[in-house]
Design a protein around this ligand. Sequence first.
Ligand SMILES: O=C(O)C1=C[C@@H](OP(=O)(O)O)[C@@H](O)[C@H](O)C1
Ligand SMILES: C=C(OP(=O)(O)O)C(=O)O
Length: 439
Amino acid sequence: MNQSNLSYTVAPGGQLHGRLRVPGDKSISHRAVMLASLADGVSEITGFLSGEDCLCTMKAFQKMGVRIERLGDTHLRVHGVGLRGLKAPASALDMGNSGTAMRLMCGLLAGQPFASTLIGDASLSRRPMKRVINPLATMGARIESQDGRAPLQVQAVQGGLKGLRYDSPVASAQVKSCLLLAGLYAQGRTEVYEPEASRDHTERMFRAFGIEVEAREGYAAVQGGQSLRAADIAVPADISSAAFFLVGAAISPGSDVTLVEVGINPTRDGIVTILRQMGAQIDLLNERQLGGEPVADLRVRGSRLKGVHIGKELVASAIDEFPVLFVAAAFAEGETVVTGAEELRVKESDRIQTMCDGLRALGISAIATPDGMRICGGRMHGGEVDSHGDHRIAMSFAMAALCAEQPIRILDCLNVNTSFPGFATLAAGAGLRLTVSGS
Ligand SMILES: O=C(O)C1=C[C@@H](OP(=O)(O)O)[C@@H](O)[C@H](O)C1
Ligand SMILES: C=C(OP(=O)(O)O)C(=O)O
């Protein structure tokens, strides 16, 4: 996607109120489509995120011969073709803006008896793919790239893949899940060790589809050749989308918001831990299980926040929430220091630099470091920021307006649709003074 002329203008002040359901979890929606497509039998997915990223995954499987019915905006019926039932796609598979889709598909396609090509938009074509290409090559896959970047040409391999034991240098669920998916097609066992625990949705969903997987913190392993049996999946609301409202309500005194049915998987709940350390008032209500994942209703009320130090041990469990956490830090008393978060530099944008530039443009004192940021809480005067087409940056600065002194204009916001269709309407309904212009 090229730069869009869709912008947000958010008038300062206001509070957030209400009982809201943010859309379905992006990570879980991708995986649900993938595993349902590879299963024997018909699966239904409810609460599916019909954002651009997951729609790319859905279209990729349709191109490979999987019948997927859309029974509603968030309700899919997937006619699985079995582990070995995919057909060669007639043209390149477009993964849009989605790193998760490209990396997971790369593993899954490496096991197919046909060649395929994965492409993406300008942002995705800049992101590093050697982290999956190299271990897949050790398994016997042949993937050609543009010096480690998309387009990726995945070749059919004679003789199939072989399992591997991989010590991943990064805590990345995308790398781990890519290898576990390839591992389904490999001879023997595929094992992945990680420096910190990354999100475990793949492991949980493997079990739901009848795949035996051995998993513990920082380790996951699967035996090749297992078949998947169809399963119905109910997707929880996405904690990464809820995060914008958690921070928006936490920074604006008088706010009181309840976010319902939010996934609180312990590999994803770093945002709650960190905000509570900052002094936020968050209650977890009605904790229960949904589709093999823990969920709760999260009630958050405005409070005074204080700066904190966030180190590597919390990074993976809040990786996509740092843009909005930097906004919380901008309004907290004292200094917030984030370290061990260099992965933020290779997301949809360089999220350290983009956030630092934006915060400084709005009058906040922030210093980017190679692996994080130092932010001094203070007064935000408002102004114009560029999201660089990064959905999470756009939504984070929108929430900042709640405590700014002047309006904030945010450029290039179209990609909000990749993860959070309906954000502007939901946020405005809850009290954010947001107007959208352009297309
Ligand atoms: O596996 C996933 O669904 C994801 C893993 C994370 O990426 P990394 O695995 O690259 O850290 C995260 O940033 C991304 O939004 C979704
Ligand atoms: C990093 C993200 O997604 P992906 O890696 O799938 O593009 C995100 O949604 O913040």
